[in-house]
Design a protein around this ligand. Sequence first.
Ligand code: GTP
Ligand code: MG
Length: 146
Amino acid sequence: MERSFLMVKPDGVQRGLIGEIVSRFEKKGFKLVNAKLMQVSRQLAEKHYEELKDKPFFGELVDFITSGPVFAMVWEGNNVISVSRAMMGKTNPAEAAPGTIRADYAVSVGMNIIHGSDSPENAKREIDLWFNGEVVSYEKTIDKWI
Ligand code: GTP
Ligand code: MG
């Protein structure tokens, strides 16, 4: 089953949106297989966003992601990588479709509430980086209805 790394960013935690975001993915039918609230180190933030290290906003991005606790998660389900990205909406909340998380709760590209892996390769890399690859495998009796 496909897995993705998702994270409520510091703005989402401060604004009390952890429950709302977890609820959306639960209601969709995805399964939470790991989660933790944590303060991110600069080293971890730089590694996580290493593909963006040459962007002019990289320093700002690392400052922001280390500015307060994040809620890191691993979710499992059919096509969870692309479907969760669709549920998040476009990077810039101004361009995100109504009903998506970023459109409903954010107004700036810097503080856009949530991160989600963008490819199977990055999902694996990020689950290894944030959770040492560990997930909790379990059955739910409702699985056959999803
Ligand atoms: P993530 O799920 O967070 O990785 O977002 P994304 O995949 O939609 O976008 P991308 O990986 O290209 O950029 C990572 C993050 O950098 C975005 O979510 C934004 O928060 C931030 N970002 C992107 N562009 C800008 C920008 O122009 N200025 C600032 N301050 N931040 C930006
Ligand atoms: Mg990205």
